[in-house]
Design a protein around this ligand. Structure first.
Ligand code: AMP
Ligand code: MG
Length: 421
């Protein structure tokens, strides 16, 4: 228990901890085929090239008439016979002769010949649609190619449609569908086992014994992991008993990529999890210069990454979002991007001792005069789960920052930028 990286009592900064942990993580390589409707949230195993031009043919952006611009008189109305129609899905076969127009609907392939589409609202149309008339004012504004969407203007065949490490969003999947691709090659989901530890914990749904509390951490962690796209195994609540914790961790580590625990990593007498990790594998580091979440422990049991999060519910969610999430993203094969940070004004005062990076549960609102303002929850206890339910993001105070006075600039991290909507 003394060979971990920061044994000499120095807390690692979050940046040091993430860099060290990322360094030791190899992304998953196994590839699976995901039908399009199951592909959202998965990470692409390889870049997807475009095999088709989109649109595949020139087509109309409007309901109107396809015509030759040069047929229109600049200073008097032009009457053109309508010689045919091109409807979406029903192309006009053949060419439109000079001096004539064709009815065309949005998305219909433009017939051979015409070089512009005029909106139907801009023409006089014969009651039987046998001709249209275009006035000189409209003619003056019409440009070559007007209202025609060109073949390949959206996507060109041969270009990179989707890059290799993309975590697929609905619009990316739709782009693949637009190429006629029915399934995508994606990386296997990380297998993550989740356990809560503590003799005081009790499952929701049963009556609370004296001295017990209902367990909440697995509900946060499993929800966040599923959103991220992990395959989760729920190990339930483990009693504070070495004979329970040790075999549970050993078994789970053998069949998972990641073991995520909460509780049992601080310095209390029943902090068995850290000891168990050290006994079954090794601890790379524990204790970060962060608040909440200081006792975070990172290690390995054989190939399985072990993230021992603290027990307090706020510490659990914050350390998951700021520490565990980037590691899981790397494991999933995608870029563990920095959370988005907005510079906003503080609508609160806060005093503290510098040294640790700290996150306060915050809400953002737009003040008509003062711009975006962050306010914070009334209590900062790391046990107050209500603060997270109230908040829509976190205010981040860097290690060296002392207090915050009202009106000063602070960094605000919206939950949406951390994968929590
Ligand atoms: P620990 O890190 O195990 O000492 O736990 C710190 C605090 O978090 C204690 O007050 C625990 O009761 C509480 N706690 C630990 N695990 C959970 C959990 N799964 N759900 C709710 N509270 C927890
Ligand atoms: Mg405990």
């Amino acid at each position: 228990m003394s060979d971990y990286r920061n044994a000499e009592d120095r807390l690692l900064t979050l940046a040091e901890a993430i860099a060290a942990a990322l360094d030791s993580i190899q992304p998953i390589r196994e590839v699976e085929t995901a039908p399009l409707l199951d592909a959202c949230g998965r990470v692409l195993a390889a870049a997807v090239p475009a095999r088709l031009d989109v649109p595949p043919h020139d087509n109309s952006a409007m309901d109107g008439f396809a015509l030759y611009l040069a047929d229109l008189h600049p200073d008097e109305p032009t009457r053109l016979p309508v010689v045919g129609q091109a409807l979406a899905g029903h192309p006009y076969r053949g060419a439109i002769p000079r001096g004539a127009a064709a009815r065309i609907t949005t998305g219909a392939m433009t017939p051979d010949g015409p070089d512009a589409v005029i909106m139907q609202e801009q023409c006089r149309i014969a009651p039987d649609e046998s001709w249209i008339e275009i006035g000189p004012k409209v003619t003056a504004r019409l440009k070559l190619g007007e209202n025609i969407r060109r073949r390949g203007e959206d996507v060109q065949a041969g270009s990179v449609l989707l890059p290799h490490d993309l975590r697929l969003r609905p619009q990316d999947v739709a782009l693949a569908a637009g190429q006629g691709i029915a399934a995508l090659e994606v990386l296997r989901r990380p297998r993550v086992a989740v356990a809560s530890t503590g003799d005081e914990l009790c499952e929701p749904g049963v009556e609370l014994p004296p001295g017990a509390i209902y367990e909440t951490n697995r509900y946060v962690l499993i929800g966040l992991l599923r959103r991220l796209g992990c395959a989760v195994t729920d190990l339930g609540i483990l009693r504070d008993d070495r004979d329970v914790v040790l075999p549970a961790l050993r078994t789970a580590a053998a069949s998972h990529d990641v073991l995520l625990t909460s509780g049992g990593v601080s310095v209390g007498t029943a902090d068995l999890v850290r000891d168990a990790i050290a006994e079954l594998g090794r601890i790379e580091f524990w204790r970060l210069a962060v608040k909440p979440g200081k006792p975070v422990t990172f290690g390995r049991i054989q190939e399985c990454l072990v993230l021992g999060l603290p027990g307090n519910p706020v510490s659990v969610m914050v350390s998951f979002l700021l520490f565990a999430r980037p590691l899981l993203l790397k494991l999933m094969g995608t870029e563990p991007a920095e959370p988005s940070r907005l510079r906003v004004a503080a609508d609160f005062a806060f005093q503290r001792k510098p040294g640790r990076r700290e996150w306060l549960r915050a809400r953002l609102r737009l003040d008509p005069e003062r711009g975006p303002l962050a306010s914070i929850y009334h209590t900062h206890s790391s046990g107050a789960l209500s603060s997270l339910s109230w908040a829509d993001g976190l205010v981040e105070l860097p290690e060296d920052r002392a207090g915050v006075a009202p009106g000063e600039a602070v960094d605000y991290l919206p939950f949406s930028g951390l994968g929590v909507e």
